[in-house]
Ligand binder design. Structure first.
Ligand SMILES: [Zn+2]
Ligand SMILES: [Zn+2]
Length: 300
């Protein structure tokens, strides 16, 4: 694997000076096992003329939604590692990958959220560009049931069969596990088999969150890919590198009554992935004051 030190990048910023987008006509590989190409390739091709081709690699070694392989590390690191799996397999210096995190929303534990990260790794220039999109419009249901239970209400909440299901024993045994279930007879057989294997006589039935099995997740990946494409198309005003955009948010809008800074975005900072250039951009004008209802002193 080639690596480029930050110093080397800073000294060679001239490479970005061309008028055409640096990735126009170039090809990146997408490491995917689950049919993400139609979600991720079109926006990048439209935005900058970057072609994306899929390379079939087993990204499950980096962790799975079904929990067979535990995930390690932050999602961004996993996405970058996935991209490099594909780059190594195809022998290319440009790679794309996505990684999703689905679970109870930290702010609203009863609601599931899906955060999808899409990265572009460029080992030729030593940069990584990434974007994410979060959504509550994710179907992620689970229940436990015995072999003869009426699953009708659950199946409609779970948007079955458009959204596929996974069935496993509810307690005790880890196997058998049935994935990608999209037919009622398969579901009934899986529930019977898994319930029989469980110590409590129940099967665990849950949404199959793999991208090809979960249309509501595919929509979030597509949105994240569009954001990545916009970001890749946006070039640093100082050095011309792709990937210019928001890198930080500064909170702190003064309370209208007491002046204490309330944790609301005041300024966003745009930055470059290749050089040190930064620009601040006010989110609200300097005169704006926060509602005392949000203030920790006026409304504790
Ligand atoms: Zn106040
Ligand atoms: Zn720059």
């Amino acid at each position: 694997m080639r690596t480029t030190s930050p110093r080397a990048v800073a000294h060679s910023s001239r490479r970005w000076e061309q008028a055409d987008h640096p990735y126009a006509g170039d090809t990146a590989v997408l490491a995917t096992k689950h049919e993400k190409l139609p979600l991720i390739a079109p926006p990048l091709e439209r935005a900058v003329g970057l072609l994306v081709e899929a390379v079939a690699v087993d990204t499950d070694v980096l962790g799975t939604f079904t929990g067979d392989v535990p995930r390690q590390g932050p999602p961004l690191d996993t996405a970058i590692a996935k991209a490099r799996l594909g780059m190594n397999a195809a022998g290319r210096a440009l790679g794309v990958a996505s990684e999703g995190s689905i679970g109870p929303d930290p702010a609203m534990p009863l609601v599931h959220s899906d955060r999808e990260i899409v990265v572009l790794v460029d080992d030729r220039h030593g940069i990584v560009v990434w974007e994410s999109h979060s959504s509550w419009d994710i179907v992620a249901r689970s229940t436990s049931a015995g072999p003869d239970e009426d699953l009708g209400p659950f199946l409609s909440q779970a948007h079955f069969p458009e959204h596929q299901l996974i069935v496993r024993p509810n307690c005790g045994a880890v196997h058998p596990i049935h994935k990608g279930i999209s037919a009622l007879d398969h579901l009934a057989a899986a529930v019977a088999e898994c319930a029989a294997a469980a110590t409590d006589g129940l099967a665990r039935i849950e949404t199959d969150l793999r991208a090809h099995a979960c249309p509501s997740r595919r929509a979030v990946i597509a949105r994240a890919a569009e954001r990545l494409a916009t970001r890749v198309a946006t070039r640093c005003p100082a050095c011309g590198a792709p990937g210019w955009g928001r890198v930080d948010v500064i909170l702190g809008v003064p309370c209208a009554w007491c002046g204490t800074e309330v944790a609301r975005p005041r300024t966003e900072i745009d930055g470059c992935v290749a050089c040190e250039h930064r620009q601040t951009r006010p989110v609200v004008s300097a005169e704006v004051r926060a509602d005392p209802g949000e203030c920790p002193y006026c409304n504790p």
